[in-house]
Design a binder for this molecule. Structure first.
Ligand SMILES: NC(=O)c1ccc[n+]([C@@H]2O[C@H](COP(=O)([O-])OP(=O)(O)OC[C@H]3O[C@@H](n4cnc5c(N)ncnc54)[C@H](O)[C@@H]3O)[C@@H](O)[C@H]2O)c1
Length: 278
């Protein structure tokens, strides 16, 4: 496929755990080409991302921390399809990254979690004004979408539910974006959960998790050895219904990432959640 028919992709957070996986997946997609790799980590500046991602050959794309010049460079490639930037960075930088990309007409595909509801609304308004597609996907795995759909169905029949999310201990934000999204989906069912049976007293603050709205509690576990896991536990008299999703390899996110890179080309506003583009 000639380069002008390929989707030009910038990978932000390219030296990170998810970024390296995205480098591998995008480099193998025949309809995409990696135009740039951004990462703020000083130890990786100038390194070839193919080598860093463990590919057999270098990709001749060096890591840089110069986001704006890279956005300008890809935006200036008029002979190519509209550019996409995939962001797996850090909650502290993702809002500015996405705003900058939209300002240059580069479409963001965002996996980084931790954006506040206000930041999400601001970015949606900004993307709408700029008529630029933007995808924010708190979880790229199909198994999680199926879990959430099953949870929504179960919530019609159960009035008691708690969510437990478990992640590796390098995760910066808690609770996970996926757990928040799952709780929101249940809260939108138009009822409150977990009616109080007794007056509860927390002897240690946080023991009952955090209330994500409509009485739905989220509990966050952080341990080395975990990757990303989530349980939604429904209870009723005499029965427990547990839904659980386990990630054992970050490769599980890549079909969703590649799909999002292709779909964001057709969008003119911000869309939140993988289920909206399946
Ligand atoms: N949506 C999903 O399906 C999904 C799946 C896994 C992880 N995540 C999220 O993706 C994010 C990254 O996860 P990870 O495990 O790869 O983390 P990581 O720490 O391994 O990698 C993050 C990389 O981003 C770089 N970075 C930090 N701030 C930056 C900035 N402002 N600009 C450019 N680069 C920056 C870091 O140097 C690092 O190399 C987290 O928010 C995590 O919760 C989402």
């Amino acid at each position: 496929m000639a380069n002008q028919n390929k989707i030009p992709v910038i990978i932000n957070g390219a030296a990170g755990k998810m970024g390296r996986e995205v480098v591998k997946a995008v480099s193998q997609a025949s309809d995409m080409t990696i135009m740039g790799a951004i990462d703020t980590s000083l130890e990786h500046q100038g390194k070839d991302i193919g080598e860093l991602a463990g590919l057999s050959e270098p990709l001749e794309v060096p890591i840089t921390n110069q986001l704006e010049p890279m956005l300008g460079y890809v935006a200036g490639e008029r002979q190519m399809l509209p550019g996409v930037i995939v962001d797996f960075t850090h909650p502290s930088g993702v809002y500015d990254n996405v705003r900058s990309a939209i300002a240059y007409g580069i479409r963001p595909v965002v996996g980084t979690t931790g954006l506040s509801p206000q930041q999400l609304q601001d970015l949606a308004d900004f993307a709408e004004k700029a008529s630029t597609g933007c995808l924010i996907i708190p979880n790229f795995s199909i198994g999680m979408v199926l879990l959430q759909q099953a949870a929504v169905t179960a919530s019609q029949y159960f009035d008691h539910v708690e969510i437990i999310e478990l992640h590796h201990n390098q995760k910066a934000d808690a609770p996970s974006g996926t757990a928040i999204q799952t709780a929101q989906m249940l809260a939108e069912m138009g009822k409150s959960f977990n009616p109080a049976i007794v007056k509860e007293e927390e002897k240690l603050k946080g023991a009952r998790g955090s209330d994500a709205g409509e009485g739905i509690r989220i509990h966050s576990i952080r341990l080395p050895g975990l990757i990303a896991h989530q349980e939604v536990i429904f209870g009723a008299a005499g029965q427990i219904y547990t839904l659980r999703h386990d990630t054992s390899d970050r490769a599980c996110y890549m079909p969703g990432v590649l799909l999002a890179i292709r779909k964001v080309q057709q969008l003119k506003s911000l869309v939140y959640g993988l289920e909206k583009i399946l």
